[in-house]
Design a protein around this ligand. Structure first.
Ligand code: FE2
Ligand code: FE2
Length: 159
């Protein structure tokens, strides 16, 4: 759940940056809307962490700063590529959440409900970005994003 929370901290940063530096109003609107749903995700995961007697990642300010910088770079590459970045990010998050659902105990209904709803929302965010005219990310970029996500989730598990 801490990893999911970190993911949502990053989602805040990405959508903040990408709406800030978006080149047209329609996109800015979409990013702000999606960002609002990510705020719900952030709140749900934070609350669930507390209920489980755990704590958020100590490195959250760092995750936020890194993701914000990344979002700003994506936005600077133009709207199509910025949208493509969203599509790929949401796809990877969705895959992570699907994996988490597999490993979550069936009796942890609260956690499962949160993860399932987030998964549905991330699919919607990805589809919305796709429909606005996302450019497909080059495979090496996707791989780099995956590697980065892996480093992040591994670190967040412990810290
Ligand atoms: Fe989310
Ligand atoms: Fe999302």
């Amino acid at each position: 759940m801490r990893i999911n929370h970190v993911g949502e901290v990053c989602a805040q940063a990405l959508y903040d940056a990408q709406s800030q530096f978006a080149q047209n109003a329609g996109m800015r609107h979409q990013f702000v809307e999606a960002g609002r749903e990510e705020e719900d995700h952030l709140a749900w995961t934070a609350q669930r962490l507390r209920e489980l007697g755990s704590r958020p990642s100590l490195l959250n300010p760092l995750w936020y700063a890194g993701a914000y910088a990344l979002g700003a770079v994506a936005a600077r590459l133009g709207d199509a590529r910025s949208l493509g970045f969203v599509v790929e990010t949401e796809r990877q998050v969705e895959a992570h959440l699907a994996g988490h659902l597999q490993s979550l105990p069936l009796q942890d209904e609260k956690s499962r409900a949160i993860v399932e709803q987030m998964r549905v929302d991330e699919i919607t965010h990805g589809a919305a970005a796709q429909s606005l005219g996302a450019a497909e990310m080059p495979v090496p970029v996707k791989k780099a994003m995956q590697a980065m996500a892996k480093a992040m989730t591994t670190t967040a598990y412990y810290f």
